[in-house]
Design a protein around this ligand. Sequence first.
Ligand SMILES: NC(=O)c1ccc[n+]([C@@H]2O[C@H](COP(=O)([O-])OP(=O)(O)OC[C@H]3O[C@@H](n4cnc5c(N)ncnc54)[C@H](O)[C@@H]3O)[C@@H](O)[C@H]2O)c1
Length: 371
Amino acid sequence: MSPPLKVAIIGAGLIGPRHAQSVLSNPSTELIALVDPAESGPATAAKLQTQYFPTLSALLYSSAKPDAAIVCTPNHTHVSISKELLSAGVHVLVEKPVSESIESGLSLLRHARQPENAHLKLLVGHHRRFNPYVLKAKEIIDSRALGQIVAVNGLWATFKPPSYFSPPTEWRRSRASGGVIPINLVHDIDIMHHLFGPIIRVFAEATRKQRSNPPHDANEGAAITLRFSSGVVGTFLLSDATPSPHTFETGTGENPMIPQAATTAATGGGGVADFYRIFGSDACLSVPDMRRWSYDGREEKSWTQPLALETFDVVHATPFDVQLRHFADAIRGSVRLGCTCEEGLRALVVCDAVRRSLESGLPVDVGLELE
Ligand SMILES: NC(=O)c1ccc[n+]([C@@H]2O[C@H](COP(=O)([O-])OP(=O)(O)OC[C@H]3O[C@@H](n4cnc5c(N)ncnc54)[C@H](O)[C@@H]3O)[C@@H](O)[C@H]2O)c1
């Protein structure tokens, strides 16, 4: 067995310690350091029983050099920190979004592709790819149990209270930095890329505004059409201003802050609210209730025939743990890297195209040559 991978956590705010727990619970990784200039940094490192460094340079010049690092700092620092780590020969898992802008993301991509860095892994932390419901949906799609995929219908509709947009996080209500597209849609775009391949065209119509402007000038929602290079088409409804159980978080229960909305027999259900419906030539699947409807066992497929229902079980797993396992396996060469820098950038480019479509009122072709 190879020695444990030495991992450092860069940034110990909300999400850094969660990654640290994954490192601590994985027998093939070892938490060797935590970097954070904040006053709380030394106490967080002590709690995790690891070495503390106030800056990344202090870590890289010490004898505690890591094999890999997980970058959990604010978005605008992702590119510079990831470049510094790669230049020091350290594999990087950088939290999403990969970069604050498309230009800076491209500069990171160029840096990662330089011959001296090409052997290093750069994984973007779109951890929902490792959510068990998404893993199962991909397995079902890839097994062709739905036939050829024709279309997808996605929902992310919920209600965020005024406190979510209040200082010190008023950036969330600003058009320049916040709103529902960069904060929420980016996750679903990455999952749809993962399931159906690249999106090549979008068109978006804004939802009617529910909050006063000013101070709330960020986008609240949109109805979006999507065209994928594979020929799949999709629609996606996005809103943070309507009470509803139809979001990834509410459906999967993945985020401990957001209760899972399950219907019970008493409320006329017996399942969770779906957020994706995937339609194929042989069957359709809804996620995360994992119900597949088909004409299996019938002589012909016809809307006049009763549909057969099959439900798939999903085994619980913590996506951050599964993502770390994947990162370690990719570094050791036993699996192909999942969400690359290119793919992290693709999600940003599609979000930018949605924003441009809202502004222009026109469909927007998604153009980004990365290969
Ligand atoms: N995958 C997810 O679901 C998910 C969830 C939350 C946050 N995130 C991402 O994780 C990142 C961090 O988010 P957060 O909510 O933990 O932020 P946060 O503000 O709570 O924490 C960021 C930490 O980084 C530290 N920091 C700032 N500059 C630094 C530097 N140069 N070197 C080392 N440390 C530095 C800060 O002191 C702070 O403690 C963001 O990019 C965010 O988008 C992802």
